[in-house]
Write a protein that binds this ligand. Structure first.
Ligand code: ADP
Ligand code: MG
Length: 289
């Protein structure tokens, strides 16, 4: 355990390692877990607004988000030296996106299609290449445009899945908040056959609780994953992101919809971590790569 700590792998106790050796099922989050979570904006499809206006609106809202897609969208707007409209308040809606009220009264949504369609009605979904994902932006009841991000798969992901199977992990599934086409493309590349897409923090918990055989391992990136990490027998949180690295972020208007692993566990702050939940709270931390 001390050797692991030198590699930034934090493990609460030996019981975690013993349980890890007996794991028979594993569930993986996608965004930021199987993918690197270091996305780049590669294209913008304008709709009712131009590409730069779409980016401006999205970046204004994403300043208030800790999602892995927030930084690249804000960075792309900065790179174009776009001035961001003032935001009066913003809320992250877990696994859906961000909803922001602009100073002029306009309401901006940034996130996945079902979340945008609540404001706009049915919208077109672009064809995506492997490794790409789409983030939709609405203003009022119109689709402003669609931002295409590339979020590459981690180079060791397929090898890790294959080694887990070799080690006797019989059931391996993906549980993701993302839409099915993007999820299935990543699953196919890494060798996962069972995909649960468009899940919420709550449905992730139900899916992982139902997985057999046990013990079950859950690997997540900490974004929206705290409940499901707690529901698994072993939780590995790859907390590479979060509030500690975003100290200058503007304040949110209301509490987060779900709590994140690094908030739940003081041990995880600022470090990649693995967590196993015990009755007394998060029991261990380390890193999966
Ligand atoms: P996963 O469960 O695979 O980690 P998430 O639940 O983090 O995925 O996100 C699922 C999808 O929700 C993303 O692919 C994205 O389309 C959308 N989404 C959620 N939050 C945001 C956000 N702040 N900005 C843009 N898109 C978001
Ligand atoms: Mg994730």
């Amino acid at each position: 355990m001390s050797s692991a700590a030198r590699l930034n792998v934090i493990i609460k106790d030996g019981g975690v390692l013993e349980m890890l050796a007996r794991v028979r099922s594993a569930a993986f989050d996608k965004t930021g877990t199987l993918t690197q979570g270091k996305a780049d904006v590669v294209d913008i499809h304008p709709a009712s607004r131009s590409s730069s206006e779409t980016l401006q609106l999205a970046a204004a809202a994403e300043q208030y988000s800790v999602h892995v897609f927030a930084d690249p969208i804000v960075a792309a707007a900065r790179a174009q030296q776009l001035e961001l409209p003032d935001v009066t308040n913003a809320d992250e809606v877990a696994t859906n996106g961000v909803l922001a009220h602009l100073a002029g009264g306009a309401v901006v949504r940034v996130g996945k299609p079902a979340f945008i369609e609540e404001a706009t009605g049915s919208i077109d979904r672009p064809e995506l290449r492997a490794g790409e994902t789409a983030v939709y932006v609405s203003v009022g009841d119109e689709l402003a445009g669609t931002i295409i991000l590339s979020d590459p798969i981690r180079p060791h992901a397929a090898g890790t899945i294959s080694r887990l199977r070799g080690a006797g992990v019989a059931e391996i599934v993906m549980v993701t908040g993302d839409v099915a086409p993007t999820a299935e493309s990543v699953a196919q590349t890494v060798g996962i056959q069972t995909v649960h897409a468009e899940t919420t923090p709550q449905t992730k918990v139900e899916i992982v609780q139902a997985i057999r055989p046990r013990p079950v391992l859950m690997v997540g990136d900490g974004i929206n994953d705290a409940p499901v990490l707690a529901a698994a027998d072993i939780g590995i949180a790859m907390a590479g992101r979060g509030p500690p690295s975003r100290a200058n972020r503007p304040q949110r208007s209301s509490p987060r919809t779900t709590s994140h692993a690094w908030q739940t566990s003081p041990m995880c702050r600022g470090a990649p971590c693995t967590s196993r939940c015990s009755r007394s709270g998060w029991a261990s931390s380390s890193r999966w790569s």
